[in-house]
Write a new protein. Structure first.
Length: 397
């Protein structure tokens, strides 16, 4: 959540920044709800003070006290309603974007930072399903649309890629883990996926649990409600992820490009606020190092403010070249969520004599989509760096 005290002190700057995410109206509603709550608080405090009598009360004082208590009960109910309305409004306000994020609302508004590698000149570019072994029709019979099997050499390539990415992350000080993929609602709320992204999340309603669309949720939740004594803390995680892809009807329906279930190696950092800008660039450098080692041509883009998710203040995407589409598509991303998630999750650190929220950052080391880019760019040949991890020299259907 945003720093409400800071927002009260400089509402114009918060409104300006949030307008770039289309959230100026939500911010104004928050200020109104907060003002209503602050109007009730002094009256409740005053009535509570009136209930504290010194010495033995007289009959007149007892009668007056009964009236005060009745008024206090009504005021406390009013305060509870005002507080609930303020908290509901606060939950709808996203993290204000960093001023270095470009203006715009769509992926086409992202600003290119650089390109690395040259797209291959292929005589007959093929889609990944024509090169690797994927079972889409059988998966559809089993689970419905947007599911698929990776089989044989293709599965070995994917497994090698995950282990390679975990090793590279570990080499940069990220502790590897295998996290839970079912979490409680407070973890989804705490990381900012609720309430705004609820439609994309699969729910296990009978148990009050939710399937995560990224291990960012579990990694952020690892230290929820804790005070961290040493920073930075850096983790990486392999997990299977689940997304309903609500709103993506008709988009990327071919092959395994946009599916409901996929695997990913995630990067995550807890750090002091003064270090988060540098840490963001560090995570991006790890993502680029992995893509460069694989040899996949890619470009880096600075994502537009209006296209950022609720928790992110700034995000870079690394987009790989897909010969079958003749365009760059997202392979990895890294976001600086500043103190937004930490405030919701209650994660703090000791800043001198006070306790302050940490900053959290996340990034993608690799996903299944990188497997697709490897297949299409190298026509089934496997990068040398993956051979030591059990990948075949060439993927066959």
């Amino acid at each position: 959540m945003i720093d409400l005290r800071a927002a009260r002190n400089d509402p114009d700057d918060f409104r300006r920044r949030l307008a770039r995410k289309g959230a100026a109206e939500a911010f104004d509603q928050l200020l109104l709800a907060d003002e209503r709550w602050r109007e009730v608080v002094p009256r409740v405090d005053e009535l509570r003070a009136q209930t504290k009598l010194k010495g033995k009360p007289t009959p007149e004082q007892l009668e007056e006290l009964r009236g005060v208590k009745e008024e206090l009960q009504r005021a406390e109910q009013e305060l509870a309603i005002a507080e609930a309305a303020r908290d509901e409004a606060l939950a709808l306000v996203p993290n204000p974007p960093d001023d270095s994020a470009p203006d715009g609302d769509t992926e086409d508004d992202a600003v290119e930072v650089r390109r690395v590698g040259n797209p291959p000149q292929l005589a007959d570019p093929k889609e990944h399903t024509e090169i690797g072994r994927f079972e889409m029709e059988r998966a559809a019979r089993l689970s419905g649309s947007r599911f698929g099997y990776l089989i044989g050499d293709t599965a070995l390539l994917a497994l090698a890629l995950y282990r390679f990415a975990l090793d590279r992350a570990a080499g940069h000080g990220h502790v590897p883990m295998l996290p839970p993929v079912l979490v409680r609602e407070e973890a989804m709320y705490g990381t900012g996926f609720f309430p705004t992204d609820r439609t994309n999340i699969y729910a296990v309603e009978s148990d009050g649990l939710y399937l995560t669309g990224t291990s960012e949720v579990a990694l952020a939740g690892l230290h929820m409600t804790e005070t961290l004594e040493e920073l930075p803390l850096r983790y990486s995680a392999f997990s299977t992820n689940f997304r309903r892809e609500a709103g993506a009807a008709g988009k990327d329906t071919r092959g395994m490009f946009r599916v409901h279930q996929f695997n990913k190696v995630e990067l995550f950092t807890f750090c002091e606020p003064s270090a988060s800008g540098e840490e963001h660039e560090r995570l991006l450098a790890i993502e680029e190092e992995i893509l460069q080692a694989l040899g996949v041509p890619y470009r880096v883009v600075n994502v537009a403010a209006g296209d950022l998710g609720a928790p992110a203040a700034k995000k870079y995407d690394c987009e790989g070249w897909f010969p079958s589409q003749e365009r760059y598509r997202e392979l990895t991303s890294t976001s600086n969520t500043t103190d937004f998630q930490a405030r919701r999750l209650g994660i703090r650190y000791r800043a001198g004599k006070s306790l302050e929220p940490v900053h959290t950052l996340n990034g993608t080391a690799t996903t299944d989509r990188t497997v697709l880019a490897i297949l299409e760019n190298f026509e089934g040949d496997v990068p040398d760096v993956l051979r030591d991890y059990g990948a075949p020299e060439h993927v066959r259907k």
